[in-house]
Design a protein around this ligand. Structure first.
Ligand SMILES: [Zn+2]
Length: 406
């Protein structure tokens, strides 16, 4: 490792030992611990305390992750990471800005890319090296990334009630095999909408998470869905549950939808594809009775499916009606919404899994729900997010422009 002699930030002996340590990416408290025996205790303690407090533990952790990513890139590209050539750093940052996740979104936000640059600068600084990020080529690259990416990602359109009705009207007909996808997609759309679920939450629901309850006031059957913590939000959402009450109409009733779908799944569990065929063949051409079936749904109807094995609520359904075993992915959930949007003559790019959750907030706001009520079901902790939905739902609501007397 080449370390120039000018402006050493630390005594050479300390620096050497730090660099020998496995955590020498930045000035590391654990590494300092190891050099303690070489120095007077008080000296080492004083130095260690100030260095340790120079950056917050979170920043240090983030820098270490970012630096590791840079080293990995340098190894793959056969470039030197320390000291790094400014042009290499610029190329690296541009690659970061181009990276996409498997579902096509940007892998890194501009702020994360800036942090990667800051980490590279910090490590160079810690080694007494001039930072390559000061070079014009790096500064211009970062500016270009900021300008290019400034455009906000297009928000998915909400599926409001009218849209939902339109999507539902494009389901395949009952019967076999269309009834299988029809029933699954009904559950997917109505549960996602009524539960204000994120697509990952919808994909993650298992039959074990669903409880059948009787509404203490009206006596109607209500479903309660427990949501597990997901990796995007390890705090906050643990132990959250959403209630799915009986719908006003049979065809938009989440509880009836679950009863219909559970019937298919129980048949499949007991007798495989043949049993599913036998169940659905008779329903072919018959219009769905406008009478709710959810009143007679009990926990016993779901018991074979809720056997503690974490059986996913939503599984894949092939074109020929074969049921998959594993849970649908969040992306597959979003694709279903897109597919129906396309069938309904809407631009599928405007819709996705988030449209159901956004649609819940928007429709609830249009229906006059208070922020607090919307936040409860949607588990929003920030009223501003909900206000955004409300504002886009009805631009004249709570707006002084209506009081101008024009
Ligand atoms: Zn019902």
């Amino acid at each position: 490792m080449r370390v120039p002699d000018r402006a050493p930030a630390l005594p050479a002996a300390v620096r050497t030992r730090l660099e020998a340590g496995t955590h020498s990416v930045l000035i590391d408290t654990r590494a300092l611990e190891r050099v303690r025996d070489r120095f007077d205790d008080d000296q080492a303690r004083a130095l260690g305390r100030f260095l340790a407090n120079a950056q917050s533990p979170n920043t240090l952790r983030a820098y270490r992750t970012d630096w590791t990513a840079f080293i990995a890139w340098c190894l793959a590209e056969e470039r030197t990471s320390l000291p790094a050539d400014p042009v290499d750093v610029a190329v690296y940052l541009a690659a970061c800005a181009e990276a996409r996740t498997p579902d096509g979104r940007w892998a890194l936000a501009p702020a994360s890319i800036e942090r990667r640059a800051a980490a590279i600068a910090a490590v160079h600084g810690a080694h007494g090296l001039e930072s390559p990020t000061r070079a014009e080529v790096v500064r211009l690259t970062l500016r270009g990334i900021r300008r290019t990416r400034r455009a906000r990602p297009r928000r998915k359109d909400p599926v409001v009630l009218a849209t939902l009705e339109s999507l539902l009207s494009h389901r395949p007909p009952e019967g076999h095999p269309g009834g299988i996808a029809r029933r699954r997609d009904t559950v997917l759309l109505l549960t996602g909408f009524a539960g204000a679920l994120r697509r990952s939450e919808l994909a993650g629901v298992t039959f074990d998470d669903i409880t059948v309850r009787t509404d203490p006031v009206g006596g109607a059957t209500t479903l309660v869905v427990e949501l597990g913590a997901t990796k995007t939000d390890q705090e906050g959402r643990r132990g959250h549950s959403v209630a799915l009450p009986r719908g006003r109409h049979r065809h938009t009733c989440p509880v009836c939808a679950l009863a219909d779908w559970a019937q298919v799944r129980v048949a499949h569990l007991g007798g495989g594809a043949e049993a599913v065929r036998a169940l659905l063949v008779g329903t072919s051409g018959a219009p769905v009775a406008p009478v709710h079936r959810c009143g007679s749904l009990t926990a016993a109807d779901l018991a074979p499916l809720a056997d503690g094995t974490g059986r996913p609520l939503l599984v894949s359904v092939s074109r020929h009606g074969a049921l998959g075993v594993r849970a649908m992915t969040g992306q597959a959930v979003g694709d279903v919404v897109k597919r129906y949007a396309a069938r309904a003559g809407l631009d599928p790019d405007d819709f996705g899994g988030h449209s159901l959750r956004a649609g819940f907030a928007t429709q609830a706001a249009l229906g006059g729900a208070a922020d607090r009520e919307i936040m409860r079901q949607g588990r929003w902790t920030n009223a501003r997010t909900v206000h955004d939905y409300i504002r886009s739902a009805d631009p004249l609501d709570d707006n002084a422009v209506t009081r101008l007397g024009l």
